[in-house]
Design a binder for this molecule. Sequence first.
Ligand code: ZN
Length: 343
Amino acid sequence: MFNASLTAMFRIYLGLLISSTLFISSCQNKDESPSEQHTSDTNAQPIGSALLSFDEALAYNYIDTQVAFGPRKPGSKGHRECALWLVKTLSELSDTAYVQEFDAITFDAKRHKGKNILGKLNPRNPQRILLCAHWDTRPMADQDIKAPHLPILGANDAGSGVGVILALLKSLKEKPISLGIDIVFFDLEDYGQPQNSGLPPMKDDWCLGSQYWAKNTQHTFLPRWGILLDMVGGKDATFLKEETSVTYAANLVNRVWGHAQSLSYSHYFLNEPMGAITDDHLYINTIAGIPTIDIIHYKLNNGGFADYWHTHLDNMQSVDKPTLKAVGKTLLYTIHEEDKYMQ
Ligand SMILES: [Zn+2]
């Protein structure tokens, strides 16, 4: 079903394809919490447009700032400096921000001190959701012909998800909600084994930060659902209904895509399925037990990721403000609706 060349970063999770039928009975209704019962709210009156004020230029600037640190390859100067900036910025935009450090060993047997960067909005509200993205960038350009051993800038692949979430928090600061939001920027998502490494295939070598977070985080109040953003800034991006997301949180997928449709963003959020992808949401679903979906740019008809994926062309030229706006406004709509129904 999938081109094998697509499997380098987000390997198709064949195990899930096989085992999904086992999980369906126990997980299908996991996102049927009371808040999920209003899944037909795609027909509800759209909330005021003022509430949906999302500053895509700000999101773009947040991405540009990350890229200006250079590659955020774990262990690099850019990685260290960007972590400091992220904690500072997140602390300004939420009620609390902190670093969850962890030890990790990557496929190349290198040891790392990983840094998940966490924030909370309205931390005392037990009614919560989760927004997340990874912030590290790929340490090699293994999909590039030129200089494949050098790290990528990762404007879209890492920068965009973080940028949209930060800009969204700015919107929520201006139009406050009472819903609680947990924010996580995962480290070491993108240090998985390249296909051409010559090493035997490994298991769970991607998404090391989310695996640690899912296994070790104590939740005072468990988020009722989560949304992962990954590669959400590409020009004319298409977001398909990814299989793991549908398996664990079908209602949330339909709500988000419905909200996008209400906002006239159906040309970004296509009502089309795609296969399962190994991304941070897999571990959030299977280990942390939070029904979580992945919004990720993937081309229609099994067309794979964007052409600049894991190449040196993943720079600011790959980032498009209208796409950032579509994703940001759709998320804002979803969050305000959740806030409204939570009352
Ligand atoms: Zn990547």
